[in-house]
Design a binder for this molecule. Structure first.
Ligand code: PMP
Ligand code: GLU
Length: 398
């Protein structure tokens, strides 16, 4: 199995930093903010109160009810606590979903560029990953016609991720609905909707942009598995809290919980009240403060990246990523004599010579080998410093 390219870059940047190199880390996608104090306090209280035992595998009744209420209220996904399981991060949720859904030879359709872990997890479940490339010229968005052409009798699901890692774009509700209509026409196909970046959309950069959940769409009732978690919106990556919801999907969630019960059981019991706290109104101002900070960073990226010579990219309107093409650098050499042949060699030369860590595009899809991913989950001064280094390095290629 392939290692995670995102985590590999993080490890390489951390090792260089340890040697005293001034590395600008645009690698791993995780918020630079600390978890809001009220959420931490809820976990501390629960720990001190002795909530240290096993609880039900999918989570406590209270935590599942809080998630069901959130999905009903914010996403218009009619949902009961029993339709939900709480997992060790959204990554674990996606693993469990694919293991539960996919039989050997089944096909999962994946619009690309897409997050590095989807393909390995689809293949680990015995499935075939059918990539549908979103063209740079179309803002990385796949069209309904492209999606329709990718669906076969072996297709079990289409895996959607909006806002997207690594594209940094979000589909509009109308665009997502049009993709869902294609799926609706094929009753044997479901949707896996990874909505981990739902709170990070920037209408400031794209007026009218708003989140929309396929799980709320009546023509797909009972066929949508929604995945989300606490990592990105609440700055809780290290806690490892994700969840999956599949209302109306019969035995799907009970079967998924069987696997989870044989594998990990519940996530830490004293996190359960922290989930309830995070999803309460009390956290909303802090979540919005962080969103605004990311929106300001998106504005900086959208201002500075188009000025970089030889870059081609799409405006960032969601998540905290930009995914420029460095194809125009191919055939050139760095000042240190490194040949640039693709995103991988560009990223390696950039890290070695300009000390900026970005993730090479190849593992985000077959169409993405000439791209690199820039994560803008850092303060504005660091962001400007790193982009200035990228601009200078890219301009110095000969
Ligand atoms: N989906 C996407 C698109 C992601 O970028 C991430 C971040 N690694 C995840 C899922 C998993 O997040 P986590 O396991 O931290 O909840
Ligand atoms: N989602 C983040 C990223 O893409 C975290 C690392 C990972 O789990 O892939 O960088």
């Amino acid at each position: 199995m392939k290692e995670s390219a995102t985590l590999a870059v993080a490890a390489r940047a951390a090792a260089l930093k340890k040697q005293g190199v001034d590395v600008v880390a645009f690698g791993t996608g995780e918020p630079d903010f600390d978890t809001p104090a009220n959420i931490k306090a809820a976990a501390e209280r629960a720990l001190q109160a002795g909530q240290t035992k096993y609880v039900a595998t999918p989570g406590t009744a209270e935590a599942r009810a809080a998630i069901a209420a959130k999905l009903s209220r914010e996403n218009r996904i009619a949902c009961a606590p029993e339709d939900i399981s709480i997992t060790a991060g959204a990554k674990h949720a996606i693993y469990l979903v694919l293991q539960t859904m996919v039989e050997p030879g089944d096909e999962v359709v994946l619009p690309t560029p897409a997050w590095v872990s989807y393909r390995p997890l689809i293949e680990l479940a015995g499935g075939r990953c059918i990539e549908v490339p979103g063209a740079l010229a179309n803002g990385f968005k796949v069209t309904p016609a492209q999606l329709a052409a990718a669906i076969t009798p072996r297709t079990v699901a289409v895996l959607l991720n909006s806002p997207s890692n690594p594209c940094g774009m979000a589909y509009t509700p109308d665009e997502l609905r049009a993709l869902c209509d294609v799926v609706a026409a094929h009753p044997h196909v479901g949707v896996i909707s990874d909505e981990i970046y739902e709170k990070l959309t920037y209408p400031e950069q794209c007026p009218g942009l708003a989140p929309w959940s396929p799980g709320s769409y009546a023509p797909l009732a009972g066929r949508v598995v929604t995945v989300n978690g606490m990592s990105k919106a609440f700055a809780m990556t290290g806690w490892r809290i994700g969840y999956v919801a599949a209302p109306g999907a019969g035995a799907f969630i009970p079967e998924l919980i069987k696997l989870q019960a044989q594998m990990t059981n519940n996530i830490p019991a004293f996190f359960m009240p922290a989930i309830v706290e995070a999803l309460s109104d009390r956290s909303a101002p802090e979540v919005e403060r962080m969103r605004k900070a990311f929106a300001a960073r998106a504005a900086i990226v959208n201002e500075l990246l188009p000025a970089i010579p030889r870059f081609a990219n799409v405006r960032s309107t969601g998540a905290f990523y930009a995914f420029p093409s460095v194809a125009a650098c191919k055939g050139l050499r760095s000042p240190g004599g490194r040949a640039i042949t693709d995103g991988q060699s560009y990223a390696e030369a950039l890290l070695a010579e300009a000390h900026v860590a970005v993730v090479p595009g190849g593992d985000f899809g077959d169409c993405a080998a000439d791209h690199v991913r820039i994560t803008f989950a850092c303060d504005e001064a660091t962001l400007r410093k790193g982009i200035a280094r990228i601009a200078e390095f890219t301009g110095s290629l000969r």
